[in-house]
Design a protein. Structure first.
Length: 424
């Protein structure tokens, strides 16, 4: 990605215009980041294909370089040579840039026996503690001193496998534990693990490198520690949240869209929501086609849940879609406390939404009208694009640095599918 002056950039879209065309779904950001952390564990070069071009991926590459790795990008392929890994410190500015920087902890201490880093940043979705990560790593023998937001970590000898149970199936904590355990002494049994497809993708990579991880994708993951891992080639899974976002954009504009590379098996509780709203879906091996009706119907009750439940990351774009549906849609956000910031901006476009605590009630309106709006976070920004494309007149979206963290070439993809959208 080129250098951009983020503060003045705007995404403008003129609607309403039906989407019609094809979009290829990018590789999953939330797989690429832990996979890049995993490359630290290898004793030789690792090659990751289908890595999206995103600012969060750039941040992960900068972390790897700071630690002494050689990293090069060849299009969507990233090649990481971790053989010169010496650094054990992630600077605060990189920790603040994204929450996933914390998944480097398990891998660094596993390789070097020590690490220095600060508490991570990321989207402001309410409190995002890392207590589950730290408690698990402590149980594996890591000494962690917390001092003014700084974490000083060291382990005498090697980390030790043990029995662990998460009080909530945290995605990041599951990944950190897998990375710490794969080369630990002995076996780790992790109960109530996260079951997201990104966890299975990480397990597949670790096993291809010589790890012994079984049960990923289920609630209990067993990791038998091995002496070392060697690099391998791996292809990142497609991004299910990006797929859901494009489906929502097609639905809100009354259009039709063919998604290439989407994994419908990763969208099990998402696709029925589009059908409930009146969309016709056609699922083929590698493609997913959506045809929206003239007017969408409301959806009854969407509760966000850990996988395989409805993903919190898809809540914002799908909520934006229901703003134009006939009837009342209800959302219950169970994962993050503060994940309705986009609703305030959607009101500016003429939506009718009431939020109380974890519940949002959307009364569908017959038209939205373009207005200046600001992306409050990554998926909230995507929600504003979904609504903006369907709104009458020009919508001007700022806060694009959020979108650039998770959507590669969003406007080019949408333009290719007939949307009138451009960056200024
Ligand atoms: C991952 O974040 C994703 N990020 C998020 O995607 C996603 O929203 C989230 O999982 C839930 O699916 C990446 O994969 C990089 P969690 P993560 O740990 O790992 C609580 C996006 O838009 N919790 O599963 O940080 C936490 O507060 C992003 O792409 C603790 O209490 O999520 C939250 O309520 C945003 N203590 C819940 O668990 C902990 O130590 C889920 O968090 C850890 C988490």
């Amino acid at each position: 990605m080129g250098e951009r002056v983020l503060s003045v950039e705007k995404l403008k879209m003129e609607g309403p215009g039906k989407l019609s065309g094809e979009i290829t779904v990018q590789g999953a950001k939330n797989s690429t980041l832990p996979l890049l952390a995993a490359t630290l564990l290898c004793s030789s070069e690792a090659v990751l294909h289908n890595c999206p071009m995103l600012s969060d991926v750039d941040t992960a590459m900068r972390i790897l370089r700071t630690l002494g790795c050689r990293v090069r990008r060849e299009g969507h392929t990233l090649v990481v040579d971790p053989t010169q890994l010496t650094g054990d410190e992630i600077p605060e500015n990189l920790m603040r840039e994204m929450r996933s920087s914390i998944v480097f902890l398990g891998a660094i201490v596993s390789r070097l026996g020590k690490a220095r880093l600060s508490f991570p940043g990321g989207c402001e979705l309410g409190p995002r503690p890392i207590d589950l990560h730290l408690a698990a790593l402590r149980k594996m023998g890591l000494h962690i001193q917390e001092d003014h937001g700084c974490l000083e970590c060291y382990v005498p000898g090697r980390l030790t496998g043990c029995s662990l149970s998460l009080s909530f199936p945290s995605v990041g904590a599951t990944e950190n534990i897998m990375l710490a355990a794969v080369c630990a002494r002995g076996t780790t049994v992790l109960s109530n693990a996260a079951r997201e497809p990104e966890i299975s993708d990480l397990a597949e990579f670790l096993n291809a490198c010589g790890g012994k991880v079984s049960g990923a994708g289920g609630s209990v993951i067993v990791i038998e520690g091995v002496e070392s891992l060697s690099g391998c080639e791996h292809t990142v899974i497609p991004d299910r949240i990006v797929a859901a976002t494009y489906l929502a954009a097609a639905a809100s504009t009354g259009g039709q869209l063919l998604l290439r590379g989407a994994r419908s098996d990763h969208l099990q509780l998402v696709l029925p929501v589009f059908e409930e709203a009146g969309c016709a879906l056609k699922i083929d091996k590698d493609t997913l086609h959506i045809q929206a009706p003239q007017r969408l119907r409301a959806v009854k009750n969407i509760r966000t849940m850990p996988y395989p439940g409805f993903p919190t990351d898809a809540q914002a774009p799908v909520l934006a879609m229901t703003c134009l549906a006939e009837g009342t849609s209800v959302f219950v956000e169970n994962i993050f406390e503060s994940r309705y910031k986009h609703t305030g901006e959607l009101l500016r476009l003429g939506a009718n939404i009431k939020v109380e605590g974890r519940v949002a009630v959307v009364e569908g309106v017959s038209r939205l009208s373009g207005a200046p709006v600001q992306a409050p976070d990554l998926r909230g920004g995507a929600a504003l694009v979904v609504a903006g494309l369907a709104a009458e007149g020009i919508t001007e979206l700022t806060g694009l640095h959020h979108l650039d963290r998770g959507y590669e070439d969003l406007e080019a993809s949408l333009r290719g599918a007939g949307a009138c959208i451009w960056r200024e």
